[in-house]
Every structure is written in structure tokens, then in C-alpha cells.
Design a protein around this ligand. Sequence first.
Ligand SMILES: [Zn+2]
Length: 80
Amino acid sequence: MDKFIKQLDPNLDYINYEIKDGKCYITVASNHKEVTCPFCGRPSSRIHSTYNRTFQDLPIQGNKVFIIIRNRKMFCDNSD
Ligand SMILES: [Zn+2]
């Protein structure tokens, strides 16, 4: 499954999946160690918190598919 996810996006790691009530949930997470601050452009690797984003994909064999992406919020160490 990780190979499959990597083919979709090499920056995502496969975490797990669950099938519940005819719905398939696939959890993935970004594997970027460092991200660039969108405000000042400095790299940051200190994790502030994580949150999940869910979106629906095309059904597989009649099961609705939901992709859950574990996103991270980062600290910016730029005191300016
Ligand atoms: Zn910043």
C-alpha cells in the first residue's frame, strides 16, 4: 500500500486503512522533515500540532473512499 501511495504522491507515507460501514478510510501523512514558512520563507522542523484533513475520492468496488491526510502545523523560529 505504501508503494501505491508513493505513486500517487512521493511525499506521502501510508499509515493505515479501515473499512467501516461500506466506507474505506485511507490514512496518509506528509513525510517532509522540514517545511518552509509561508510567511518568511525560513525552513522549520518544529511541530506545533497535527490535524487531519479528509476528502472523498472515487469509490472502489462500491465502497466510498476517504483519504485522511495527517497535516502538521509548524513553529517558525524567526523572531521577526
Ligand atoms: Zn516564518
